[in-house]
Design a protein around this ligand. Structure first.
Ligand code: ADP
Ligand code: MG
Length: 250
């Protein structure tokens, strides 16, 4: 078991108002799953990802990561767990603009006891893994969006995390670059990586094996991609459009 969430709630206070960003979420995700989290804007996806990624704590409920109760941890220990177990990829890449790809990827290792002995070689390996072995000295502004996201993925992987969390990882990329990133996710998944990815695009979610849909801070549905009725309807519609185009010769 990689993660187990029970009765998870997150309430934000806005003046006198209370926003129930998560209103009781139960989930179990095993090692080496590839999961997509979907839902309308404001349904709680990022709030859930931030808690799963140990960046934030729930108001109530339990979150066990590799059988360790993170909801009971002090912030120092939580930060350590995050550093060891979690790799985070964001829509906006979040790279240091003035640092080389190599320096960006080395960054998460700076708190590691291996920093002085092996951080450079580990960062190089991570960049080679994502196909950027020949771009290590480049800065983010010397790279394309797809290359920047691959640097961010190398940075997420450099600590060999048990979970890769990606919040709209292809949201800023064109479709062919998105496909390169998704192909990389498939390769990592085949190598044993657990991947949890937020997306609002059905065709991106279709790369995952399981789709969890949130609505108003609750799990609306949770099933394998091939059994998900919304996804099946979308795929059928897409196939019809393709067939129609082929018939029309466009
Ligand atoms: P999503 O990622 O699905 O768009 P979020 O998790 O960002 O949704 O937000 C869920 C709800 O919580 C929304 O109503 C949002 O306005 C609210 N929310 C998120 N973060 C905060 C915050 N820091 N303070 C107050 N309300 C927040
Ligand atoms: Mg969000």
């Amino acid at each position: 078991m990689t993660l187990r969430v029970k009765g998870l709630r997150k309430i934000y206070r806005m003046g006198n108002e209370r926003v129930h960003a998560l209103a009781g979420v139960d989930l179990e995700i095993a090692g080496n799953e590839f999961v997509a989290i979907m839902g309308a804007s404001g349904s709680g996806k990022s709030t859930l990802m931030n808690i799963l990624g140990c960046l934030d704590r729930p108001t109530a409920g339990a979150y066990e990561l590799n059988d360790r109760p993170t909801h009971k941890m002090r912030s120092g220990l939580l930060a350590q767990i995050r550093n060891e177990e979690i790799g985070f990829v964001f829509q906006s890449f979040e790279l240091l603009p003035r640092a080389s790809a190599l320096k960006n990827v080395q960054l998460p290792l700076q708190y590691s006891r291996h920093y002085f002995t092996s951080s450079r070689s580990r960062a190089k390996m991570a960049l080679e893994r994502v196909g950027l072995g020949d771009r290590m000295g480049h800065k983010p502004n010397q790279m394309s969006g797809g290359q920047r996201q691959r640097v961010a993925i190398a940075r997420a992987l450099v600590n060999r995390p048990s979970i890769l969390l990606a919040d709209e990882p292809t949201g800023n990329l064109d479709s062919s670059t998105s496909n390169d990133i998704l192909k990389l996710f498939h390769e990592l998944h085949d190598e044993g990586q657990t991947i949890i990815m937020v997306t609002h695009e059905e065709d991106v979610a279709g790369h995952a094996d399981r789709i969890i849909r949130l609505r108003d801070g609750k799990v609306m549905s949770d099933c394998s991609t091939s059994d998900d009725p919304i996804h099946r309807a979308y795929m059928q519609r897409a196939a019809e459009v393709m067939a129609h185009r082929a018939e029309a010769g466009t």
